[in-house]
Design a protein around this ligand. Structure first.
Ligand code: CP
Length: 332
């Protein structure tokens, strides 16, 4: 493993091995310190609770040292574009930032969200790609414009430890949110669910379709791994027979650069698309999942997130274990 950028860079066997390794790390205390004497940089262009804390703690538990950098905050503002004339507000280029940093550290984790300004550019993950281009140490994606693979691996571990290894009927449902959000989490969840052979249903209103290339990749993974995928805009029928409900809001790609139009477009969708007890009662006793942070009584009702079928805290804990498995393989 050279980098950890998206789950589809790896085959199912490799992902299953990482899950096994994470389960072992979770269940059995170990004196193994694969990061002893090593440092890992964590570069956060955006806020975080779970990713930052679980990476920092995971690196410590593996014997290493985390160096946290916040471009534009605790470190210089960063330019990533080739050939940029840097006479604006960007102080340092990634060409120097990455090549200096890797003289100190054994791997670099990067969080860089979509800004929802330019779909055609952002869908290519330009900042993450620039890190990869300049780095000779491993790059770990801590949520980019298009992918959040560490979250998806924690999600797959959570489904497995809660419901067992057999394939499940999994619903990824769009939910209303007051402002448009990036697509990384739904993209990575759907892709990983397809790679792990689950039967996947993706529910969203018309206008919130995922990226065409990503859908093609999901379909290819479904064909390779024995699952299925279907799409619906019927939020009520979507829950029938489902064993895993995964809720996440995302913005419409046609509204990048005009997010006020997205807010207007979704104005009437709030009531129908919330996850509530009525919808959960249609499922096959489904567990409820969300990557967090979550807006209570907007995305999901208190009754659902506080119910015994909610696994959101286990899901957050599992970030720690899967990331330790990934770091161990990358940095050993
Ligand atoms: N789920 C997740 O990535 O949480 P944070 O944004 O708090 O890191």
């Amino acid at each position: 493993m050279e980098n950890f950028l998206k789950t589809s860079d790896f085959d199912r066997e490799h992902l299953e091995a990482l899950i096994e390794s994470a389960m072992l790390l979770k269940s059995t205390p170990s004196n193994d310190r694969p990061l002893a004497g090593k440092s890992v940089a964590l570069v956060f262009f955006n806020p975080s609770l779970r990713t930052r804390a679980s990476m920092q703690v995971g690196i410590y538990e593996l014997g290493g040292n985390a160096v946290i950098l916040e471009p534009g905050g605790s470190s210089w503002t960063l330019e990533h574009r080739d050939g940029a004339v840097m006479d604006g507000n960007k102080t340092e280029h990634l060409a120097e930032f990455v090549r200096v940093l890797e003289r100190y550290v054994s791997a670099i984790g990067v969080r860089t969200f979509a800004e929802l300004k330019d779909w055609e550019t952002e869908r290519t993950d330009p900042i993450l790609n620039a890190f990869e281009k300049y780095a000779s140490v491993p790059i770990i994606n801590l949520e980019s414009a298009m992918h959040h693979p560490c979250q998806a691996m924690a999600d797959m571990l959570t489904i497995r430890e809660t419901l067992g290894p057999a394939k499940k009927k999994v619903l990824l449902t769009w939910v209303w949110h007051p402002k448009p959000l990036p697509m990384a989490v739904p993209n990575s969840f759907a892709l990983a669910a397809a790679q792990f052979g689950h039967d996947l249903r993706i529910a969203h209103p018309v206008g919130y379709e995922l990226d065409d290339e990503l859908i093609a990749e999901i379909k290819a993974q479904v064909a390779a791994n024995g699952g299925s995928v279907e799409f619906t805009d019927d939020v009520h029928a979507a829950y029938d027979g489902i064993e895993v409900v995964y809720a996440k809001s995302w913005g419409g790609k046609q509204f990048y650069g005009a997010t006020e139009k997205d807010i207007e477009f979704r104005a009437n969708l709030r009531k129908d698309w919330i996850v509530d007890e009525m919808k959960m009662s249609q499922t096959d006793n489904a567990i409820f999942m969300h990557c967090l942070p979550v807006r209570r009584n907007v995305i999901v009702t208190d009754a659902v997130i506080d119910s015994p079928r909610s696994v959101v805290i286990d899901e957050a804990e599992n970030r720690l274990h899967v990331q330790k498995a990934i770091l161990t393989e990358l940095c050993r």
